[in-house]
Design a protein around this ligand. Sequence first.
Ligand code: ME8
Length: 509
Amino acid sequence: MKPTYYITTPIYYVNDVPHIGHAYTTVACDVLARYKKAKGFDVFFLTGTDEHGQKVEKAAMANGESPLELADRVVQRFQGLWETLNVDNTDFIRTTQERHKQGVQELFRLIEGKGDIYLGHYEDWYCTPCEAFWTENQLIEGNCPDCGRPTEKLKEESYFFAMSKYQDRLLAHIEANPDFIQPKSRRNEVVSFIKEGLRDLSISRTSFSWGIPIPGNEKHITYVWFDALSNYITALGYPDSESHNLEKYWPCDVHVIGKDILRFHTVYWPTFLMAAGLPLPQKVFAHGWWTVEGQKMSKSLRNVVEPNMLVEKYGIDPIRYFLLREVPFGLDGDFSHAALVQRINSDLANDLGNLLSRSTAMLSKYFDGTLPEPTEADAVDAAFIEQFTSALPVIDSHLDNLAFNKALQVIWTLVSAGNKYIDDTAPWALAKDESQRDKLGSVLYNLLEGMRLVALLTAPFMPEAGAKILGILGEDPDNLSLEGHDNWGGLPAGRSIEKAKPLFPRIEE
Ligand code: ME8
């Protein structure tokens, strides 16, 4: 049986349309999902939408539509974008789906049955126009931090989850599993937060109605984070499923999230799971945030980067590449058009595109496009080949650590090695000397075989380019498997390979 790999994105709120930040998380997960598939894993890659809660209810009201109408409309924007970006998710969960609703209610019942959910009162400062509760610390001179109007102390009946009970167990788990929260700086942040003391968590609301009713007391709806976090198991069919996906894929290998929702995933979610007697996720990785041309992305600044526009202008693969190459995953980064154009022109058009054009053009010119048999490798050839074989495990370990930019750096050292190999071996000089014919043949074989491996390694990041290069090399563009295909020497001599057209056009701005 194949080993399994379960990876998730956050489920995105439908009160906002998708932007570059959402694309970032989802593409990152797609790259890992594709890579693990290529390595022979049975992959379950989940994304979806978070459709309940007051924010969605309000956005719908402002638009004069029902929350579900809003959700039905916006979910298409997300699904459409993932299709455009070549995101190959296994499932897409919407929290308004019946399967999810049932799972959430079951999880509530289970935890309640174990005695970790109780009915009490939630008391805080309430802003009636905003329909929002605020803690004393959040108020600005006693007024609502959002609208500035006066607030009043209000008591609302609420169900509570006994989160405080799990404080020590959670800390012990984090200590015993150093990889549970990544990167390390985030882990320290969570540990300090827990050490300040966990309070029981209000997990129901009565002040609005757009949510999953609490079983047995329908005056209450489920708090949106209890609802949303459960998606990671309801999508697998929790509490049980004919597909047995829960037994097969849970606990997940990694929840990939933005740093904004770290606490929900590393404090709330694990303690819910502990209460339910379910295993915890293996890893939660919080990536950084993108700013745009140095500024925070916001509707009011009108600087929200719309991924569809970028794709139209620059293409899918370059955007996918840029997002993961530019900034170390885990750190904040800045999106700028200049940086994007620079990456496309130098890494893609110059380095990768030129290597393919030069190699196939020389094969055409010197061997009529027929791949020669490689003869014995001399020191230069051996060193070139060795770079490829030694790079594979390094790339593998970088991807296991979600160090996408490092993995790409290593792949690009191979691309550079190819260009340097051409300069060092000077095929044009070898071609002038008939006695060097075998040597010339080996050089071209090695270049194109290197190209094949580069294509396979690049394919998770740039599926179109990867498949295109493989097609040019006469390989099956649908077979992106790295299992048994990542050994040196896969290209059969004698094959016809045509001169490639430029893979990435240079962007002139
Ligand atoms: O928080 N840079 O949904 P959401 C990088 N529904 N990533 C960004 C970003 C930026 N500027 N802006 C958003 C929610 N993101 C909840 C999640 S999960 C059980 C429920 C990404 O629509 C990042 O991954 O606000 C962040 O965590 C996510 O979008 C938040 O999406």
